[in-house]
Ligand binder design. Sequence first.
Ligand code: HEM
Length: 428
Amino acid sequence: MAKLRPLPTTGAVTGIFEALAFFRDPSFAKRRFTRLGNVFETSMLGQPMVFIQGDQAIADLLCQPDKIEGWWPESVQQLLGSRSLANRNGAAHKARRRVVAQLFSSAALQRYSPGIVNLIDELSEELKTAKGPLPLTEKMRRFAFSVIATTVLGLEGNDRDKLFSDFEIWTKALFSIPIALPGSPFAKALKARKRLLKKLQVILRQPNNGKGGLDLLAEGLDEAGIPFTDEDLGEQLLLLLFAGYETTASALSCLMRELLLNPQMETWIREEIDTLNWPPTPAQATMVYEPANAPRLDALVKEVMRFTPPVGGFFRRTKQSLVLDGIVVPNNRVVQVALIASNRHGIGDLDIFRPQRHLENECSLSLMPFGGGERICLGKSLAELEIRMMVIGLFRKLQLEAIPDQDFSLRQIPSPSPRDGLLVKVKG
Ligand code: HEM
């Protein structure tokens, strides 16, 4: 048996410089992995944190669910709330997952698909009739928000717009310092959180009128066998807005950016898109764009998730000491699975965006853009459906071109997104 090794460390104590470097340097983890190996410890603002990369260390972590639990930074914990399933563990976590999962079943996705088609057709029309360039990134954000707020939660018009403005205040503080000094972003976000929860609870009490999918929650509530208060359900809905909006918008914006900057790739994907049906019927929507029917689209989405993962890393806390890739990690350590570094760690041209690698079966990495194990993303199928439908719906109707002389580089926090908002116009 290979000898177990102690945990290498950067030696950081206060973690102030480490935290600054983490936010400023996209290669933060990569540099330290190169120096210290696939598992190392550092400190982030006083919080000891173990970073891991590579299939072995990640598999070792996730195959021992009894020895780990979920963890989020303090700001996220406070803003999501103690009832949120993201902040729960064990049976309380499982019961809430079962309830919320009802919103993402295949039948639920079929129900949402006409709403998604409408949002995409409206956006195509807006782009076609625009008098000047439009920022595609903002349009993708609005789309991802509308899918959850309108299609899933059933909100429309004024109700949705009010929710959107409070939501923007709330998200700005999610990864901030959690001290509620008067007037600080965190204090504003706590107030916005209260207003958001109040609105979400009103929505939960309203008759459903056939809009959205909230009636689907009832089945899960019966099965869960534990009573849920409106406050509890409200926090689960708040989590969905948080988890499903920035992430999906980031994936869409990064995908559009790659196609706009690379005409050959656009031609390559168009050859496949032109063979696919649009708009799909609800029964078709969840099936016809699957990898078997749209392998290039699948490869393109996989490569976006590999190259610019919307969530750069996910966390667990150890409840007992663990061995990860031959390194002993003590009890009560926060472990960050560093997806950005992991996705480029291996042999070959992994620093290049090349979707074809997934068709040629040359990509031996296990990609985990949606996390893994007992906490794997609940909205994975919805996110994939939204992304596939947007690419097909938009490209079947239009040819876009990017306005030159803008900054196409990506800001990284909270999720990768083109700095100048990806200004585009319709070709011709
Ligand atoms: C491209 C889009 C998305 C990406 C990349 C993504 C990624 C992730 C990741 C990495 C996690 C953490 C998993 C873990 O800890 O193992 C997560 C959790 C979660 N995601 Fe997503 N997500 C996306 C879209 C969505 C959508 C659309 C929704 C719902 C509307 C959603 C709902 C959730 C929920 C509820 C959790 C918490 C699960 C738990 O703690 O049990 N996500 N997601």
